[in-house]
Write a protein that binds this ligand. Structure first.
Ligand SMILES: [Zn+2]
Length: 439
């Protein structure tokens, strides 16, 4: 073995992939996220590959057997511009039947390479996730920077466990990615918000989850709108409205086009000590005339309707579509503590859902007049009231058009925020000390 080269692992996906099989990489995608960068190579048939980590200088090497160099592979180089970890991508035939993809790195990384079987519209996928050596959570950095300005919260800052404390790694990674952290959005009217005062002298944190992302586009509209884009647009508008309230902070769980596994979503909401968790989605149904908004909460026992059960199944499939490396799931699972009884939170979630549904009824027809319940994985946070909002039907051409309309996105965000405020008026948030002792 050559010095300095370490074979991490070799996967023999299929023995039938003979040399010179002429396997075509149909798509090469790069998804830079706040936490990691994902590179995906997709093909109609499985690819036999070898993955190597090489030092001095740091680079990652993927040898693909029986694959041809084509435009999709060569296009990878242009897609990594400004990536935080990848400096350069080179693609060339290495041996008669092997194409070598070399990723020159900007420094040492923690890579994970795995495969995903065909799912939905996707064929076979080779996935390379590139993590930094020191896991950065720019989301935390952003939130804590803002919190420092508030005296009461600054005091709590000192009492936070080490993994939540602001450190220089988070600071620097945040400053390197200004585009992802400072999204321009119009300031909404604040007349209503000024009248609302929380009972506690701390920031109330609303975790906002834009459904789907990256490899998982969610549902599609007839005119080509992807659910993941609409949910992010509404989530950003909701955050802007929440941030305009001096007592509240909106935290975007996802602020870009990348995929976050469902259990990581929950862990992130817990990490930022969110008071509420709102997951934003857009519904789809085979019949194009299905329409209206709905709100869901978690059910421990079972779905309140067959439709709710079907929807939960569909939304929970995100991990299969978006792609999760089963081997590393546990890293996040340990952070996702599901120790407490969820009963109290579900009753709060239903109250929150009812308040939001009431506001949504003012701007859109309601698909169902009451909060539905089903086993949504994304709502499984034991101590944070959580709802999933299906804003409208993206499969309905009229609602698809509305969902892409900026003014309507703002109205939708305002309705959700209106419901959140209505909920807090009747259910004031707990003081931090009580929350901490409840852990
Ligand atoms: Zn969805």
């Amino acid at each position: 073995m050559l010095a300095g080269i370490r074979i991490v692992f070799v996967f023999l996906l299929v023995a039938a992939a003979s040399a010179h099989a002429g396997i075509v990489i149909t798509s090469a995608r790069v998804w830079p996220a706040a936490d990691y960068t994902r590179v995906t190579l997709e093909s109609a048939s499985p690819v036999k590959y070898q993955f190597l980590e090489v030092k001095n200088p740091d680079r990652l090497v993927i040898d693909l057997e029986g694959v041809d160099v084509n435009a999709a592979l060569e296009g990878l180089a242009a897609k990594v511009a400004n990536d935080p970890y990848i400096k350069l991508v080179r693609v060339a035939r290495n041996k008669p039947d092997v194409v070598r993809v070399v990723l020159d790195l900007k420094g040492e990384v923690k890579p994970q390479m795995f495969t995903l079987p065909p799912y939905g519209e996707y064929g076979y996928r080779l996935v390379l996730d590139i993590y930094p050596l020191q896991p950065a959570d720019p989301l935390m950095a952003l939130l804590e920077k803002k919190e420092v300005a508030v005296p009461d919260v600054a005091k709590e800052q000192a009492a936070k466990p080490p993994e939540l404390a602001l450190d220089t790694t988070l600071e620097s990674s945040a400053s390197e990615k200004p585009a992802e952290l400072a999204k321009p959005a119009e300031k909404p009217a604040r007349t209503e918000m000024r009248t609302w005062k929380p009972e506690v002298s701390r920031l109330i944190i609303i975790a906002i989850d834009a459904g789907h992302g990256g490899e998982d586009p969610g549902a599609h509209g007839k005119n080509g709108t992807n659910e993941k884009d609409v949910t992010l647009a509404i989530a950003r508008r909701l955050k802007a409205q929440v941030d305009a309230d001096p007592n509240m902070r909106g935290v975007l769980i996802r602020d870009g086009d990348y995929f976050i596994p469902l259990n990581v979503l929950v862990a992130k909401a817990r990490n930022v000590k969110a008071d509420l968790f709102v997951s934003i989605h857009a519904d789809a149904f085979v019949k194009p005339d299905a329409r209206g908004s709905s709100v869901f909460a978690l059910s421990e026992r079972g779905a309140t309707s067959a439709a709710a059960r079907w929807l939960a199944k569909k939304e929970n499939e995100a991990d299969l579509i978006g792609g999760v490396n089963i081997d590393v799931k546990d890293v996040y699972l340990t952070r996702t503590l599901l120790a407490l009884s969820q009963t109290a939170t579900i009753s709060d979630s239903l109250k929150l859902g009812k308040a939001v549904l009431g506001e949504l009824g003012g701007i859109n027809q309601l698909h169902k007049g009451s909060v539905e319940q089903a086993g949504f994985a994304v709502l499984k946070s034991p101590d944070i009231p959580s709802i999933l909002v299906e804003t409208a039907f993206i499969s309905n051409p009229k609602e698809e058009q509305k969902l892409t309309d900026v003014a309507y996105q703002d109205k939708m965000a305002a309705a959700i925020f209106g419901g959140i405020k209505r909920y807090f008026v009747k259910n004031p948030p707990l003081a931090r000390s009580r929350m901490a002792s409840a852990k």
